[in-house]
Design a protein around this ligand. Structure first.
Ligand code: GLA
Length: 726
């Protein structure tokens, strides 16, 4: 039993293989948090301390007891108006404009399996893999009810949390803020590790102490954003990649989010993950429910590396879905950096012929095939094939490409509209524009109001009629601007940003149901919506518009803390690189791209004969190793922001096959030698390295490592395969 309710002391204990989470209902019906961390048994309520603390108020129920204060006690779901002055998980504005919600326990249920969330992506698991606890809380005055949901995936060391806010009264209330998870720590000093960035330079790691006051990261951009990823680590001050304890909080949502980390006056720590409270005033009429997207919690006592392996398993096996969940992804060539908007059907067929000759599986026709779209100033919203430009119908083009022996895919950007489009001319109110203001433009395009069903239905029909024209096996779903005019002509304003994201999910759910064999790759100007919510619909996401191999090392490093490598779209592009101007060898570009869902993004016809041979070899190697890359355990072996080299490895489930990738980042006169240590091998086994045929003991590879070659080259890269023979 993963979830246990102890009747006598009203304690809930959630057990996973290596972790324990505990909470209790106290004498006044408050739900207090007791413990989360490495596995323990017994009742942890001895951790709670009660002192008379000045200026920390006491609930009326406590009578003259000045030692009981919500301002000091660790809580599961803190609310405003209860004299807990720290950050709240829930803020309710009542019909009388007061802001108070005093939640007390009213009941609970423990059931088999994993809860699902209406309209939202969530971790899924069968009845043998998961158990669910739903705790009901209620404010006796405004009758707001909260259903706190916890699911435990015991074998995976994963606990998920979500919350449903229900207006159980007759009046109107407004949810001003709602989170799905709060972690309270009564003791300890922690760092907050988050991943910030910008377009073409996403997910840089930042580690800062959680200190007195509150720090927050989040997005108000309508998407989860390039700027802050909706996933954080709360780490002990001494925690490293290999050692020490850390907690992960991964928000399964693709829109505005808020993560707040705070150290309070008693040196206690609180971290909250949920919906952003800005641009959000969710009116709940009697009987209405708001579901807060879930947070995936995980604890590791084996540093960040241990945490990442657990998240990779969880997201790969319990978030990603569909035909490509576990099966090899096609190696593709994308037309974007090869031709941008300047192509016709012949260009695509030529790319397909070149692809076929090299062993590439699929050609993707990126932006520019529809409406009036010769640049990024027009055409979005008009999803009719530009047959004049292609020189044939889409059906014919697909057929030709297939006859060449290559699969075919296309790019779409369903959430957007250009002012210069037939759609906008016919339905200007379908764009998110406040009629009293001029819209804010970005990439010269506007956002369609996906909170409205008629808008989604129209685009859905258009996209389906395109996909039905031929054997289209892949779609790249893009979103190339942030939302600024948060306004809907036909929706309650305070909930537009949330309803927009649910609209995107609704569209994707319908699309995946109608085309179960279609591979969808997410994209948002590269990695601006790289989150677990999108991965529920699109098992891979274009990681960044930056294809420079050295920058990519760092972007992929940051992405790897939570997201599995199978989810990371990674392509070899041309040199000089279109984003940085850097010229890096084809070999190194291949090694870097061979870390995720592999492909090419260049004009294959411009490759020399020698380069073509190299590309063939890269594809052969990728196909040989793709199961290991896609499903093996991945470990970071260096920090490419600091170290002289970038190194990472994949190890098979049985630990007998190991693929090590290295890129040297520094080179100096009379260069010093770097040694890289491997991880998670069989200590007593003998591993043979494929090229040199040299054998190494597993323990030696882990304890002493191997010396890396010193070469007079810029960014040399190496791929080593180690296998246990016999
Ligand atoms: C975004 C994507 C690119 C490409 C262009 C097309 O920037 O990230 O890969 O598809 O849009 O306009």
């Amino acid at each position: 039993m993963a979830i246990l309710f102890q009747e006598n002391d009203r304690t809930f204990t959630l057990q996973t293989k290596q972790t324990t989470y505990q909470m209790k209902i106290d004498d006044f019906g408050y739900l207090l948090h007791l413990y989360y961390g490495g596995k323990i048994s017994g009742n942890m309520d001895y951790l709670l301390t009660y002192y008379d603390r000045g200026f920390s108020a006491n609930p009326y129920d406590a009578g003259n007891d000045r030692t009981y204060s919500m301002d000091a006690l660790p809580q599961e779901y803190p609310t405003t108006g209860t004299a807990d002055y720290r950050n709240s998980a829930l803020v309710i504005r009542n019909y009388d404009e007061s802001e108070c919600c005093d939640l007390r326990y009213t009941g609970h249920e423990i059931t088999k399996g994993k809860y699902g969330l209406p309209g939202l992506p969530a971790v899924y698991a069968d009845d043998k893999e998961a158990q669910t606890l739903a705790i009901r809380l209620e404010d006796a005055v405004n009758k707001v009810q909260v259903r706190l949901l916890y699911s435990v995936l015991e074998e995976d060391d994963i606990i998920t949390r979500s919350a449903q806010i229900i207006n159980g009264g007759t009046g109107h209330v407004v949810v001003e803020k709602a989170a799905s998870a709060c972690l309270d720590f009564v003791a300890g000093d922690f760092d907050l590790v988050s991943f910030y960035g910008r377009h073409a330079m996403e997910r840089n790691m930042q580690r800062v102490p959680i200190s007195h006051g509150s720090q927050l990261i989040g997005s108000r951009r309508g998407s989860s954003s390039h700027q802050y990823n909706p996933a954080v680590i709360v780490a002990g001050r001494d925690t490293t990649e290999e050692y020490g304890s850390c907690y992960g909080m991964v928000f399964v949502y693709s829109g505005n989010f808020l993560c707040e980390a705070e150290q309070d006056q008693y040196n206690q720590t609180r971290v909250i993950m949920g919906l952003h409270s800005d641009l959000f005033h969710y009116a709940l009429e009697a009987g209405e429910i708001l579901t807060v997207p879930e947070t995936i919690l995980c604890y590791s006592d084996r540093g960040f590396g241990g945490l990442s392996v657990k998240y990779h398993h969880c997201i790969r096996d319990h978030v990603c879905r569909g035909a490509y969940k576990n099966s090899p992804r096609p190696v593709l060539v994308n037309s974007w950096e090869a031709a941008y908007f300047h192509f016709d059907g012949e260009t695509i067929c030529q790319l397909a012929k070149d692809a076929a000759a090299l062993g590439i599986d699929m050609v993707v026709m990126d932006d520019g095939w529809f409406g009036k779209r010769e640049d990024d100033n027009s055409g979005l919203g008009d999803w009719q094939v530009n047959e004049k430009k292609l020189g044939c119908s889409l059906g014919e083009l697909t057929k030709k490409v297939n006859e060449i022996g290559v699969k075919f895919g296309i790019w779409i950007e369903p959430e957007m509209v250009s002012e210069d489009s037939d759609l906008y001319r016919a339905h200007p109110d379908w764009a998110m524009i406040n009629p009293r203001r001029n819209p804010v433009r970005s990439r010269n395009q506007l956002v369609l109001d996906f909170s409205r069903v008629e808008v989604r239905d129209h685009i859905f029909e258009q996209i389906c009629s395109v996909l039905d024209q031929g054997n289209i096996e892949y779609v790249k779903w893009d979103m190339n601007r942030s939302i600024s005019d948060v306004y809907s002509a036909d929706n309650r304003q305070g909930r537009v940003a949330y309803d927009y994201v649910l609209g995107v999910y609704d569209f994707l759910e319908k699309l995946t149901a109608r085309y179960p064999h279609l591979l969808i790759e997410g994209c948002c100007g590269g990695g601006g919506r790289f989150d677990a919510g999108m991965l529920y619909y699109t098992p891979q996401i274009w990681c960044s518009d930056n294809t420079d191999a050295v920058d990519r090392l760092r972007i992929q490093y940051g992405t790897s803390f939570f997201y599995p490598m199978s989810a990371i779209g990674a392509h070899v592009s041309a040199v000089p690189n279109h984003q940085t101007g850097r010229g890096i060898s084809l070999h190194t570009r291949g090694i870097v791209a061979m870390t995720g869902a592999f492909g090419y993004e260049l004009s294959l016809g411009k490759l020399s004969e020698e380069e073509k041979e190299q590309v063939k070899e890269q594809i052969r190697l990728y196909k040989e190793y793709e199961t290991l890359i896609g499903n093996g355990d991945y470990y970071r072996l260096s920090n490419p922001f600091k170290d002289a080299y970038a190194a990472w490895m994949f190890v098979s489930k049985d630990r007998r096959t190991v693929l090590l990738h290295v890129v040297m980042l520094e080179n100096h006169g009379n260069m010093t030698v770097s040694y890289v240590k491997l991880k998670d091998l069989l200590p007593d086994a003998s591993y043979e390295e494929k090229e040199s045929k040299r054998c190494y003991q597993g323990s030696a590879l882990m304890q002493a490592g191997i010396p890396l070659p010193v070469e007079m080259k810029e960014y040399p890269a190496y791929q080593f395969l180690f296998t246990v023979k016999g």
